[in-house]
Design a protein around this ligand. Structure first.
Ligand code: AMP
Ligand code: MG
Length: 493
């Protein structure tokens, strides 16, 4: 099969499937231009998904188009309405307050929507300015692409453009527009919206749209809406298991930030675990720790219940709704068990493995051991050579505790058929060397604020291949510096 010719910005075959929904779902409007935009960063792998020529990145047309200053032919830009539960409380109507959907384009797998985040106010801005600042845009861009590199379901980021035009946050900051890509940006909250408004007709129209476009197999089920809820619940459980396995914390798991496709969506005050602490809260605004690391699986399940409540009128019975939601726990548990097994380099399951995992997490927590470094270095462990354990062992303050665990792990490895070399390769393919630690993003952001975008590009290149050794970038895999613990990220972005 020949690959399709690469497209230019002006020759994207743009449609808007979402716009076919009734008018009540969105407001058609134009992005608000930003003065003299410039390219901050762009992702060649994201561009490849939509057959866009990366040579376009530096063109005037690309930069103007993905800032919202120039409309692609046939685009029917719109902002969508949705509602949601924020921090467990019903928040009423929200919506795309600063995101504008340009439309959808062909991709390697179906059509992909292109959305400009930070492209100006909409009827759903609720007093906000419709803008996004450079730092949060770079964080969303890098993390979207880093998650894709990790193989975790996520919305993608094509590019960030910046402007010297400012927006007021705690202090004035320069603004940016992030172009996001996903097959759909529909959220759990999109369904809750019509449920709460008591509009079963529009609820059904939305569910039918999502089934037809994204879950066609649900149509064959005796109860397509129950099948939809089952699929969404399962994808959500799997997504969160992936998060837990790499130590990713979303930070704002409100139902309006939960993708109907089970994609990681709306990167705000997210974080990756440095020293392991299950109660770690990455969002400075989340004082109760509702979205702490260890809470994420149960919050995701809770969010699925909110979706289930909204779909109940279509599904028909509480029993069928609960049956769909009951998939969460077994799916999460089996996914997590599989991921942990792979992280530990085990190919078989033995009865004592749960105890081995539990005792590992206990010593990681007790010593606040760096999550990413630990699993990466565990792959290098030599079964017959405890004398070579130093790089791993030195991560622990309580060395005897490590030695005891390592002895049990070595015994367990005796039950495996694979040798060290093979196990190491397999473990390094699932335990990333590079994750987007806050301090790495911070350095790139500070340089970008001085108009030096080279560090953003370097980080993107490293994080696209997080499992590769890339020895020239060893320092990007190091323990965070002391100043990193002072970094605070919040919802203000
Ligand atoms: P978030 O917590 O970022 O997911 O945002 C929650 C809601 O607030 C969404 O409906 C956003 O579109 C909206 N929002 C956040 N920041 C802004 C802003 N600067 N201007 C307008 N709306 C915003
Ligand atoms: Mg949001």
């Amino acid at each position: 099969m020949t690959s399709p010719t690469l497209k230019r910005t002006g020759t994207m075959d743009i449609g808007n499937t979402f716009a076919a929904l009734p008018d009540a779902f969105s407001t058609r409007l134009l992005p608000t231009p930003l003065a003299q935009p410039y390219l901050v960063c762009a992702s060649p792998t994201a561009a490849a998904l939509i057959h866009l020529d990366p040579a376009e990145f530096t063109t005037d047309n690309f930069i103007e188009t993905f800032t919202g200053n120039r409309l692609p032919a046939d685009s029917t830009p719109l902002a969508a309405v949705y509602s949601g539960h924020q921090f467990g409380v019903w928040a009423g109507q929200l919506g795309d307050g600063r995101a504008i959907l340009l439309g959808d384009v062909p991709s390697v797998a179906g059509r992909m929507e292109l959305q400009l985040k930070g492209a100006g106010p909409t009827p759903y801005s609720r007093g906000g300015d419709g803008r996004a600042v450079l730092r949060s845009s770079i964080r969303e861009f890098l993390c979207s692409e880093a998650m894709a590199g990790l193989g975790i379901p996520t919305t993608r980021a094509l590019c960030v453009t910046g402007s010297d035009q400012r927006a007021m946050r705690e202090a004035p900051e320069t603004t940016a527009v992030t172009t996001r890509m996903a097959p759909s940006f529909i959220r759990f909250g999109s369904f809750e919206h019509w449920y709460q408004k008591d509009r079963p007709d529009l609820l059904r129209a939305l569910a039918d749209h999502v089934i037809d476009q994204h879950y066609p197999q649900a149509r064959a089920d005796a109860n397509p809406y129950a099948a939809l809820l089952t699929s969404v619940t399962r994808r959500t459980a799997q997504m969160v298991a992936h998060w837990q396995a790499v130590g990713f914390m979303h930070g704002v798991m409100n139902t309006d930030n939960m993708s109907i496709l089970g994609l990681t969506l709306d990167y705000g005050p997210f974080g990756f675990m440095d020293g392991f602490d299950p109660s770690h809260i990455c969002n400075h605004t989340d004082q109760q720790g509702r979205y702490a690391y260890a809470m994420q699986p149960q919050i995701a399940h809770w969010n699925c219940y909110a979706l289930g409540q909204a779909l109940l009128p279509l599904i028909g019975t509480v029993e069928d709704t609960e049956a769909a939601l009951a998939n969460f726990k077994p799916d999460y548990d089996s996914m997590m068990a599989g991921l942990l097994q792979a992280k530990l380099g085990l190919t078989t399951v033995l009865p004592d493995d749960t105890a081995l995992v539990d005792s590992l997490f206990a010593i990681l927590q007790a010593g606040r051991v760096d999550f990413t470094l630990f699993f990466r270095r565990l792959g290098d462990l030599q079964t017959d050579r405890p004398d070579t354990d130093a790089p791993l062992r030195d991560l622990f303050i309580d060395r005897p505790a490590f030695d005891a665990w390592a002895a049990a792990y070595r015994q367990r490895l005796q039950q495996e058929l694979r040798g060290d070399a093979e196990r190491r390769l397999a473990m390094h393919a699932v335990n990333p060397k590079y994750v987007l630690r806050n301090h790495l993003a911070q350095v790139a952001i500070e340089k970008a604020q001085d108009r030096d975008f080279s560090e953003v590009a370097r980080l993107l290149a490293i994080l696209e291949k997080p499992f590769d050794d890339q020895p020239e970038f060893d320092n990007y895999a190091a323990l965070p510096p002391d100043w990193a613990s002072q970094l605070e990220v919040s919802c203000s972005s």
